[in-house]
Structure formats: structure tokens, C-alpha cells
Design a protein around this ligand. Structure first.
Ligand SMILES: [Zn+2]
Length: 326
């Protein structure tokens, strides 16, 4: 039975859509986001020039979070669809970003103090199958299940692993009535299936190769000066949402938030408010940034995440934020 408490209403609005990444100003975004109309009185949060908005703080609903995780990138369309250097750059950069100490100092606030965040990369797979023209969520789910059943990706530790499908240039990603030509950048979810008589759950994300197409139309969210960087920004968004809110799709599907949803705010999951707010202010580049990795010798393109500590998007920091209130 629905409980008409403010919190419930707020999270239900948010969960309807927030496992997606949407381009600011796009039709997809307009359908999915609502902005506070009140003026801002405070100066910048850590993403420079973007005012704090405590009403967007994430709330923990008791669901699954994944402090120790693995991921595997699956590049669709075969080698022929890709520059080898793009595959290499994407895989290297997202691995660095997910393991980066200063970036993880932001994410740590959503986990018990003392918990170590780890994220191990499995060897990437370039899937030698025809490049899909478009990919809808049922296609995504079927593909992930098939790869597992055919043994093309390992099926151990499924509960703490996310399979990231990376779409090749030109492939359109769909979700219900939305698609990447309308501003959809990616989404994450889970699929339940039977294997050897056992019910299993696999986690996935789908990620657009964002670019401006030859006809001038944007596919996905072109924010950086190179599409491979956009892909890394999207992966960083989705993988961190898996970390902090793994079962959001189940919550949406069942209408049951309590004990299913992880960290979710009035404007979505950990990746969502920063992109919406920056887009609204015309400052997308403030949250899509190349940052120097903690090891200090490589820059990595990421999309800044929402931090309860500063009530807004926050980039890499030297010391962990205080734990977010539960
Ligand atoms: Zn999101």
C-alpha cells in the first residue's frame, strides 16, 4: 500500500527515471527531471560556480550497496567498429578512475566508515558480433544473460560484478520511450534469470559512444573533446550508481523502495543531480572534467558525483568526506 509521506513521494518521483544519464536541455531530461524554482543564496560547492542544493541530498533506503566490486567492459560491434586506441583509453581510464583514492574519498561517505572501497577490472571483451543499429533494455538483458550462459564472460561473483556494455559509434541506445538521440547517455540495471536450475541476478550498464553525428545531431552526451572521454564519464556515472544503488531497477519494477533502494535523492542517484544542475546553469564542463589521477601522472575524464557533504557535485579531494547521515 502506498504511504503518502513526503519522503516516499520524493523518492518515487526520482526512482521512476534516475538510473539513466540524460543530456541537459534534451527531451529525455525534460521528461525526467524537475528543478527547484527557488533562488540560490550560497556560493559555490566544490564544482566551481555551481550552488549547493541540500534538497538533493541522497537518502539511504536500506538496499544493496557494493563496496568491493568488479567490472567487465564489453565492447560491442567487434574490432572493426572501434579504434583500438579508443578501447585501450576507455578501459585504462575507467579503471584508474574507479580505483582513484581522491575520487573515492567522495564516494566513501556513502559507506560505513572503515570500509575499504575496491574495484577490480576484469579483462575486457571485444564482442565479435554485428554492430547493433540500436539497443533497447530487453536487448541489453538478453545479451548479458547469453554471454553468461555461453561462457563468454565468467559467471562467478555475479552479485558484486557489473557488466558494462559499451556501444560502438552510431549505435542508438533505447529505454522505454527514450533514446540516445533524444539525450540518453546510459543506464544501469539488473536481470534475473535461471542457470543450471538456480536463479541468478546479473548487473549491467549500457553506455553510449557519445558524439555529434555527421548530420549535426547529437547521440548521447558529447561533453568532452573526444568521444572516448565521454564514454569514460558515462561509465564512471553508471558504475558508481551500481556501487551505491545496485537494485534500483527492482525498486522501480516492484514499487518497493524500503530495503531495495540504496542511496537516492529527490533528483536521483549519485550521478544524476550534478549533470542536471550543471546543464541547467549552462556549465556542463564544470562536472565533466579531466582530473589528475591520485598517482599523479595521468589525467582521467570523469563526471563528478553528488556529495551530501557539500550538497552538490564534488571533484577529487585529499581527505574523505564525513560519513553521510543514514
Ligand atoms: Zn544516473
Amino acid at each position: 500500500m502506498p504511504k503518502p509521506t513526503p519522503n516516499k513521494v520524493q523518492s518515487s518521483n526520482a526512482t521512476r527515471l534516475m538510473r539513466i544519464q540524460a543530456r541537459p536541455g534534451s527531451l529525455v531530461e525534460a521528461r525526467h527531471y524537475r528543478y527547484p524554482q527557488t533562488g540560490w543564496v550560497q556560493p559555490a560547492a566544490l564544482a566551481q560556480g555551481i550552488p549547493p542544493d541540500a534538497s538533493a541530498d541522497l537518502v539511504f533506503h536500506g538496499g544493496k550497496t557494493v563496496p568491493q566490486m568488479e567490472f567487465q567492459n564489453v565492447f560491442l560491434g567487434g574490432q572493426a567498429s572501434w579504434l583500438a586506441s579508443d578501447i585501450d583509453s576507455i578501459n585504462t581510464a575507467i579503471t584508474l578512475a574507479m580505483q582513484d583514492r581522491k575520487l573515492n574519498n567522495v564516494v566513501k561517505q556513502y559507506f560505513d566508515s572503515g570500509v575499504n572501497l575496491t574495484c577490480d577490472a576484469r579483462p575486457l571483451l571485444v564482442l565479435e558480433e554485428a554492430k547493433p543499429v540500436q539497443l533497447d533494455e530487453p536487448d541489453v538483458q538478453q545479451l548479458v544473460v547469453r554471454l553468461l550462459q555461453q561462457g563468454k564472460v565468467p559467471d562467478n561473483d555475479l552479485g558484486t560484478t557489473i557488466f558494462n556494455l559499451v556501444l560502438p559509434p552510431g549505435t542508438v541506445l533505447k529505454l522505454d520511450q527514450d533514446n540516445s538521440l533524444g539525450g540518453l547517455g546510459g543506464y544501469h540495471g539488473s536481470v534475473h534469470f535461471e542457470q543450471n536450475g538456480r536463479s541468478q541476478t546479473a548487473y549491467y550498464s549500457a553506455n553510449v559512444f557519445s558524439q555529434t553525428l555527421p548530420n549535426g545531431q547529437a547521440n548521447g552526451i558529447p561533453a568532452f573533446d573526444a568521444s572516448w572521454k565521454d564514454v569514460v564519464g558515462t561509465l564512471y556515472h553508471e558504475i558508481n550508481e551500481f556501487r551505491t544503488d545496485a537494485d534500483v531497477r527492482d525498486a522501480i519494477a516492484t514499487g518497493n523502495d524500503d530495503g531495495v533502494l540504496g542511496w537516492m535523492g529527490g533528483q536521483g542517484e549519485v550521478g544524476d543531480q550534478p549533470i542536471a544542475m550543471a546543464g541547467q546553469l549552462g556549465m556542463l564542463q564544470r562536472v565533466f572534467q579531466e582530473v589528475l589521477s591520485s598517482s599523479g601522472n595521468q589525467s582521467v575524464p570523469v563526471q563528478f558525483l553528488y556529495s551530501n557533504a557539500v550538497h552538490g557535485a564534488e571533484g577529487p579531494i585529499d581527505e574523505p568526506d564525513p560519513p553521510a547521515q543514514r
